[in-house]
Write a protein that binds this ligand. Structure first.
Ligand code: GLY
Ligand code: MN
Ligand code: MN
Length: 469
């Protein structure tokens, strides 16, 4: 759709009328509408959590105005935008969700004595006495749907709302102000999200459960993927359907790597064929309306049965993941997870005779030869962003101790490039990753994705159950 008017346009149906509306029409459009303000809205579940999060933020920045932008639309081409998604820090502190997400809104914590007052500045529903509701292709209700009135947003989020037009006036005085462009605030906002509250844990579990169904859809689509050129796209599309039905979107671009494409870590082109006898690696996550995402990888035999060489490599990754899980408990180091998993992988590679040094030697940071096949770290924080808390300082992230409520991935992998002559031919072109999402508990961890089959025997049974062969 376009808001451009050209005399030659043959698509006038989906553009505003070329000429400015006649006075008669403008008047006509103002009248004859039933009242449609919503009185039925009540506070959503996240409200009390968002309030507590703001209290913590407020006490860390006494006397300072904090300005947190939701962000605006991103242009895809000319007058066409990408689907809108608000900034994660804005979501965290405001509680704004899903299709109600208000583009361009700004959350302001205004200093008030020892604490702050919170305001949500937003672009509310255009009233019927304006032209905007029928002529504005970006925000107009007749073009893109209804937005909240200021009152409706207040009823929902329990935050005082103001019109966005009033923001400049507020910002024009000389109160000390920080936005997320300021490192100090960005780092704090990232580190505050390291430990999840109960609401976040519930949403992450929902995201994992929706993702589990998405993986069932992927398996159901394997026969069609084998039959269809660029079959990886068939699997990609199967998962995407589930993400849009149960959630807001994908949490990140799905990786579908069939055969040796699995050895390309960020294979998101997904334009390869899916062939019998090969493995297909699928790394995918549903993002819920709350914007929390899962991040799961399963590596599946296209035929429903692992070959001996596929199974041998798979079991090594499987054992490495178990060792990674076992390293998780409060007080352990984040880096212990990586160390535990990589120790298993390095030993396995040494036993296979492909390492030119001992596993012990390889595991020294200054040596690291096994990394030719392991390629990446095995853990990251997960939450509103797939790589959550990305601005946290090193000592709070990779150098930190684990704490109850942290949500992490455990995702070891082995990738044997198709031209790697250090491995026997039957192993070349095999890429395997197993990725689960876990929460650190008081005495260890809980695997949120425990119900998604992981052991090769369970995977074969799972595929048989779905495909019936
Ligand atoms: N899907 C991205 C990752 O696993 O980190
Ligand atoms: Mn991951
Ligand atoms: Mn992943």
């Amino acid at each position: 759709m376009s808001n451009e008017s050209t005399e030659l346009s043959t698509d006038s149906k989906r553009r505003p009328h070329d000429q400015a509306p006649s006075e008669l029409y403008a008047e006509f459009m103002k009248t004859g509408w039933l009242p449609t303000d919503r009185e039925d809205l009540s506070p959503i579940e996240v409200v009390t959590y968002a309030y507590s999060r703001r209290q913590i933020l407020s006490s860390a920045f006494k006397g300072i105005r904090l300005v947190i932008h939701a962000g605006g639309f991103k242009v895809r081409a000319h007058d066409t935008d990408y689907n809108y998604r608000p900034d994660s820090a804005f979501v965290y502190y405001s509680g704004v969700q899903g299709s109600d997400a208000t583009a361009d809104a700004v959350l302001v914590l205004e200093p008030n004595g020892d604490s702050h007052l919170t305001y949500l500045y937003m672009n509310p529903r255009s009233t019927r006495d304006t032209e905007s509701f029928y002529r504005d292709t970006k925000y107009g209700e007749l073009w893109v749907g209804r937005r909240f009135t200021l009152k409706e947003a207040k009823d929902t989020y329990q935050i005082d709302t103001r019109h966005l037009d009033e923001l400049d006036l507020l910002l024009s005085d000389n109160t000390k102000t920080l936005t997320l462009e300021d490192q100090e605030l960005a780092v704090f906002a990232s580190e505050q999200r390291l430990c999840k509250d109960e609401y976040e844990l519930r949403e992450l579990q929902e995201a994992v459960d929706a993702t589990a169904l998405g993986f069932c859809d992927v398996i159901s689509a394997i026969p069609a993927a084998i039959e269809t050129p660029r079959g990886e796209r068939v699997l990609d599309a199967a998962f995407y359907g589930r993400a849009r039905i149960l959630g807001n979107d994908l949490g990140y671009n799905t990786i579908v790597g069939s055969g040796s494409h699995a050895c390309v870590l960020h294979w998101i082109r997904n334009d390869g064929d899916v062939r019998r006898g090969e493995l297909v690696l699928v790394d995918a996550g549903v993002e819920m309306d709350s914007f929390y995402t899962a991040d799961i990888t399963r590596t599946l035999p296209v035929d429903g049965k692992f070959s001996p060489s596929q199974r041998a490599l798979y079991m090594l990754v499987y054992e490495a993941q178990l060792a990674g899980f076992e390293a998780i408990k409060p007080g352990a180091l984040f880096s212990d997870i990586n160390k535990a998993a990589h120790t298993v992988l390095a030993k396995g590679l040494a036993d296979m005779g492909v390492l030119s040094v001992s596993a012990e030697e390889s595991l020294k940071p200054e040596v690291g030869l096994h990394r030719r096949w392991t390629l990446h770290g095995v853990s990251h924080h997960l939450g509103l962003d797939v790589h959550d808390c990305g601005k946290a300082r090193k000592e709070m992230y990779s150098g930190a101790q684990l704490r109850e409520g942290m949500v992490l991935t455990v995702e070891p992998g082995l990738y044997i490039q198709p031209d790697d002559e250090l491995f026997a031919p039957e192993y070349r072109g095999i890429g395997i990753r197993i990725e689960d999402d876990v929460v650190v508990t008081a005495d260890g961890y809980r695997n949120l994705s425990e119900n998604i089959p992981r052991h090769p025997d369970e995977i074969e049974k799972w595929m048989k159950r779905i495909l019936g062969n």
